[in-house]
Design a protein around this ligand. Sequence first.
Ligand code: NAD
Length: 334
Amino acid sequence: MRRILVTGGAGFIGANFVHYWLLRYPEDKLVVLDKLTYAGCASSLDSVTENERYAFQKGCIGDRSLVQSLLLKHEIDTVVNFAAESHVDRSITGPDEFIETNVSATHRLLNACRDVWIEQGKKTESHRFHHISTDEVYGSLGPTDPAFTENTQYRPNSPYSASKASSDHLVRAYHHTYGLNTTTSNCSNNYGPYQFPEKLIPLCITNLLLGKKLPIYGDGKNIRDWLFVEDHCRAVDLVVRKGVAGEVYNVGGNCESTNLLLVETICNEFDRFYQDEPELFESYPENWMAKSTASDAIDFVVDRPGHDRRYAVNASKISVELGFEPLIGLEEGI
Ligand code: NAD
């Protein structure tokens, strides 16, 4: 039986992970620690609040004494760290919060785990600190460059990716220096339920329902590798249970798409839904499809500064060593 502290569990991927884990592992206990920033949504966890294997604690991962007391009180043996500032655009207009949360607070979280698990000698052998990171730490690829492997040099380009790169290095250092049993996964772009509507896919969906335009940066040809969030949860599951301490695993969806193609896919789905089910027009009276086809909402806007052109993930290590394959393709996921 595992006792897991899920940090950032009220965020997009964290909430999906909580639902995933409680369903699959009926013996395990989960404690969510979340600061409930603008991106945290307590109601994403409404359906599990009555579950006696689940507890919620509002608070910051950088509050060392709070983290220590949670580790001891709940006899936590596993931390899965989703907590972060996660939106690139916000990191460009306000980088300070990204350095505070993704670097300093993450370091205090590591330090609290080290203190309880190593210094105080609790759970010395069986503990695990799993850190959730991003493919963006590797920088940007040209159209024909090979995909990022775990050995690709870090070249972060935004304050967001630089702050995540810093936390990855701290996790690595805590393994090498203090013997903390860490693993890290660097994942491509996720999408799915509970995502905050500042991110591209839920933003498009919300805007179409509200009759607003769909802003696309630059020429729309920036390429991302898309992964359905439940596939990401399965990958984290494999790394937590079977991954080797000190190792890093890339996670991707084998699903490269330009932003423009992705948005066109969403538009096509909307047009189809609204043709098949005309009663949908009543649910959102301002919806874009009432005045035109969805793709007419596409609006090219000034590019993001320093916008990375292409990310692509080589996920053969997690496939060969842990047996992970993404199961849900982009059209099905959308
Ligand atoms: P999110 O922004 O939706 O959620 C982040 C959560 O962390 C929120 O609930 C927020 O309240 C909480 N939080 C923020 N600061 C905190 C603090 N100091 N203490 C406690 N809680 C805090 O993020 P997400 O999209 O779910 O991403 C989760 C993790 O996955 C992040 O580390 C992100 O870098 C990484 N990641 C995300 C993607 C993606 O496509 N969304 C891809 C790769 C990696």
